[in-house]
Design a binder for this molecule. Structure first.
Ligand code: MN
Length: 214
């Protein structure tokens, strides 16, 4: 399945249908990330959690200045003005990137991608270790984003719904470290979940396509 969407296009075009956001389709079947992420987890995580952020966002923006804005614009404009709208808009955005940051058809990074990783992290193993370390150190709920910052790859962590939207970085990938993303499959072992994810599910093609556009 070759369904890599252009993130900025998705995030900017998503609110063109009468001011209503809709749930993004997954680029794989819900059972296809097994055994690392189970179908039960994706039924809940995509079908309930992500859907609920969208339903709440649609309710909250109805009849407000946010109603006909793009998702990214809502995030920027609500960041310091309305916590509920910011949280639900950001969670929609974060999950849109997250689903695409994983693949059911794992492949090692291309030569170009690997060269960039080795330039900025010394080795692929160091890149993976830095990801797992960042995710484990994020206290409580949050996200690990892969960004391009001043020309260099970097892992950055954010609490709850927060994200780098509005920062001077290019967003390349996002990984959910809320318990709902791994608890059914790994109980409280976030480290094991992230280690399996970065070795078996990470979508280097998506990341590289984002890198080439940045
Ligand atoms: Mn989530």
């Amino acid at each position: 399945k070759e369904k890599i969407m252009k993130l900025d296009q998705v995030a900017d075009d998503v609110n063109v249908n009468g001011g209503k956001f809709t749930l993004m389709e997954l680029p794989y079947d819900r059972k296809d990330l097994e055994p690392v992420i189970s179908r039960d987890t994706l039924d809940l995580h995509h079908g309930k959690h992500h859907q609920t952020y969208i339903d709440k966002l649609n309710d909250l923006i109805q009849g407000t200045e946010y109603e006909n804005k793009s998702l990214k614009q809502i995030i920027v404009d609500s960041r310091d003005a309305d916590a509920s709208i910011f949280n639900n808009a950001s969670q929609n955005y974060n999950h849109i990137i997250y689903w695409q940051s994983m693949t059911d058809n794992y492949e090692e990074p291309s030569e170009t991608m690997l060269k960039k990783i080795e330039e900025d992290f010394d080795s692929l193993d160091a890149f993976k270790d830095a990801f797992v370390d960042a995710g484990v150190k994020q206290f409580g709920s949050g996200w690990v984003f892969l960004v391009l910052e001043k020309g260099k790859l970097a892992w950055k962590t954010y609490s709850n719904a927060d994200n780098p939207v509005g920062e001077d970085v290019d967003i390349l990938a996002a990984f959910d470290v809320w318990e709902h993303s791994y608890y059914l499959d790994f109980k409280n072992d976030r480290k094991q979940h992230l280690t399996r994810l970065v070795n078996e599910l990470i979508n280097y093609k998506f990341i590289e396509s984002r890198l080439l556009e940045s």
